[in-house]
Ligand binder design. Structure first.
Ligand code: MTE
Length: 308
């Protein structure tokens, strides 16, 4: 097995789409040929009750099969098709989300209580990965701000830190991921309170598949996809900028802000254009991933080349 050290790690190590599709077609024929059920057990997809939100884009949805089989979830493998194959070892019930730090009312939520924080909505968001591909995803969730309001951040709270579960027993491939685990991320408090910032518990009408971050993950559509930390167990209000996994791994290439910015290239590739998964031709990348009208004011007076 190729064991990657952080220095060798190429975040852009994208499996070409044809390769992964062909591999999947081959895999699909194997169980039939052997006459056995060889596919891994998947977490049960339960329908969720939600209303449609006005936070939506009128663009063609990415096929569910692509969104659930072309993933980044390094705890379950660094190749795009691996999380769908291996994340079935993640135990998502019971689940607790510990929300604390600089708050008046710290609280431990189980999943049933966290999804009652606010009514669930379906929001169709454009998603842009730092690897220069994009998707359009129908998330189901509730605003992160609703959860933060419940715990009452105090006057010293300036940032929100997030942490993924880390259990090497459930995530044995994590030791080959080349990143420090647990996966961690962060937002400024005003970014976290923005109505677009979503805690997602479902996608395509059902509970999240494990590979997409079950049972609860962050979605921040104006930032690169790696800010969307999966399978969250801890949320901490702090007064200091929290660490974020890709910034720890390679600070020159990945900053804390990570706003989608066609004018600031990644050191190794352009961010001016992107390939929408399922499309042939590249399209231009939009500032803040097309959400500039809603979020640009959060960054007025900030040099976004310096604070990438
Ligand atoms: N969260 C954890 N815990 N581990 C990861 O490796 N990858 C990030 C983000 N959240 C990642 C994670 C990256 S790089 C991306 S692009 C998105 O999840 C991918 O989300 P998706 O697989 O649902 O498209």
């Amino acid at each position: 097995m190729l064991i990657r050290k952080p220095a060798d790690l190429r975040y852009s190590d994208v499996t070409p789409k044809d390769t992964y599709l062909n591999r999947r077609r081959f895999m699909a024929t194997v169980p039939a040929a052997l006459g056995v059920l060889a596919l891994p057990r998947r977490a049960e997809a339960v329908p969720l009750t939600f209303s449609k939100s006005s936070y939506t884009v009128d663009e063609k949805l990415t096929p569910k099969d692509d969104a659930t089989h072309y993933n980044n979830y390094y705890e379950f493998g660094t190749q795009k098709e691996e999380p769908a194959r291996y994340a079935n070892t993640l135990v998502t019930s019971p689940w607790t989300v510990d929300v604390g730090g600089l708050v008046n009312k710290p609280q431990k939520y189980d999943l049933a209580s966290v999804i009652k924080v606010a009514p669930l909505e379906e929001r169709i968001y454009r998603m842009r990965c730092v690897e220069a591909w994009s998707m359009v995803i129908p998330w189901i969730g509730f605003p992160l701000s609703a959860l933060l309001k419940q715990v009452e951040p105090n006057a010293r709270a300036k940032y929100v830190a997030f942490q993924t579960l880390h259990d090497p027993k459930q995530m044995p491939r994590g030791r080959y991921a080349g990143i420090d685990l647990p996966y961690v991320e962060g937002l400024r408090l005003d970014e976290a309170m923005h109505p677009l910032a979503l805690l997602a518990v479902g996608v395509y009408g059902e509970t999240l598949p494990n590979q997409n971050g079950a049972p609860i993950r962050l979605v921040v559509p104006w930032k690169y996809g790696f800010k969307g930390i999966k399978s969250i167990v801890k949320i901490t209000l702090t007064d200091k900028e929290p660490p974020s996994t890709w910034n720890i791994t390679n600070a020159r290439e990945y900053g804390f802000y990570s706003n989608v910015n066609p004018q600031v290239d990644h050191p190794r590739w352009t961010q001016a254009s992107e390939r929408r998964i399922g499309e042939l031709f590249k399209r231009k990348t939009l500032p803040f991933n097309g959400y500039a009208d809603q979020v640009a004011s959060l960054y007025s007076g900030i040099d976004l080349r310096k604070f990438y």
